[in-house]
Design a protein around this ligand. Structure first.
Ligand code: PHE
Length: 332
């Protein structure tokens, strides 16, 4: 019996086989226990002899069992530690370098271009007065743009600016003529959001006031602007456009550069994108800014920065821009 038990214990392939062997020989109903039970029927001298023998076998088996069990436990622990091993001396993956948002990239590029042409970069508040956003820009009180459907009104007296044009007024008030400014910034409209519309987007306003500024000057600057942005000649189309703060007013369209066919969210398949409304500053606007229209004239434009970014980088959904999605942002 002892020989068979020893060989089973020593040969057990895993903790489970070892346990089976323990139950068979050392368990409460195992072989040794059964022999122990039979001892009561033995003669006293036999009982002492068998008892001694039984104890020796039991000790032998128990100690072999314990050492095998310990070996299995050590092996299991080693396996776990091996799997969880972490090399603390390995160099860290390293900080991922950040990148500028595509809107910031284009804004910086345009700021550089215009400062090289003698323009100052100025700023205005995003929360505006109706005077700066509408009245001073010759937009009459009845104009539909003032409607709550288009404008976010904060209180009766304040609103989120619907364009960067109020910065024209603030710049005239502050600096007078002559004047060359650009004003990049965030604007807000009460729009239903979809692939090509956001309630929040970016424009870059431009204004130049000097003596005898004409449409020819305006066109020169607009063309320099587009060549700088697209690094090539892009086809443009000039249409008459109406904005109360310019006269004459124009819509400068450029050929859609991302239009790959049906469903283009930027140009809606027309092939042209309204990018650059512009015109000569209306005399009423000059007057509102404290500048004499008999002495000075100027042009102004309102570049759609968000749309420009989408065209320049072939972004097909405006919602990517504010998504905060690193997979999107890391491409720039
Ligand atoms: N402010 C106008 C808009 O947001 C754009 C514009 C600016 C038009 C300057 C003409 C001159 O639509």
């Amino acid at each position: 019996l002892e020989t068979r038990a020893v060989s089973l214990i020593e040969a057990a392939a895993d903790a489970e086989a070892l346990e089976t062997a323990r139950v068979e020989f050392l368990g409460r109903k195992g072989s040794l226990a059964n022999i122990g039970k039979d001892m009561g029927k033995m003669a006293p001298e036999d009982r002492a002899r068998v008892g001694k023998l039984l104890n020796a076998v039991k000790q032998n088996l128990e100690s072999r069992y314990e050492s095998r069990k310990a070996a299995f436990e050590r092996a299991a622990l080693d396996a776990r530690l091996g799997g969880e091993w972490l090399d603390l001396t390995m160099p860290a993956p390293g900080a991922r370098p950040g990148s500028l948002h595509p809107l910031t990239l284009i804004q910086k590029e345009l700021e550089e271009l215009f400062t090289s042409l003698g323009f100052a970069v100025v700023d205005g508040p995003e929360v505006e007065t109706p005077w700066h956003n509408f009245d001073a820009l010759n937009i009459p009180p009845s104009h539909p743009a003032r409607d709550a459907q288009d404008t976010f009104w904060l209180e009766d007296t304040l609103l989120l600016r619907t364009h960067t044009s109020p910065v024209q007024v603030r710049a005239m008030e502050k600096f007078g003529a002559p004047l060359r400014i650009i004003a990049p910034g965030r604007v807000f409209r009460n729009e239903e959001v979809d692939a090509s519309h956001e309630h929040t987007f970016y424009q870059l306003e431009g204004m130049m006031i000097d003596r005898d500024v004409s449409v020819a000057h305006m066109l020169y600057f607009m063309k320099s602007l587009l060549t700088a942005i697209f690094k090539k000649d892009v086809e443009v189309r000039l249409r008459p456009g109406f904005f109360p703060f310019v006269e004459p007013g124009f819509e400068l369209d450029i050929q859609c550069l991302i239009c790959g066919g049906p469903g283009c969210p930027v140009c809606k398949q027309s092939g042209w994108v309204e990018l650059l409304p512009c015109g000569l500053v209306h005399p009423n606007v000059l007057r509102s800014g404290g500048i004499d229209p008999d002495e000075w004239s100027g042009f102004a434009f309102g570049l759609g920065l968000t749309r420009l970014v989408m065209m320049r980088y072939g972004i097909d959904d405006i919602r990517h821009l504010a998504s905060g999605d690193l997979r999107f942002l890391q491409q720039f």
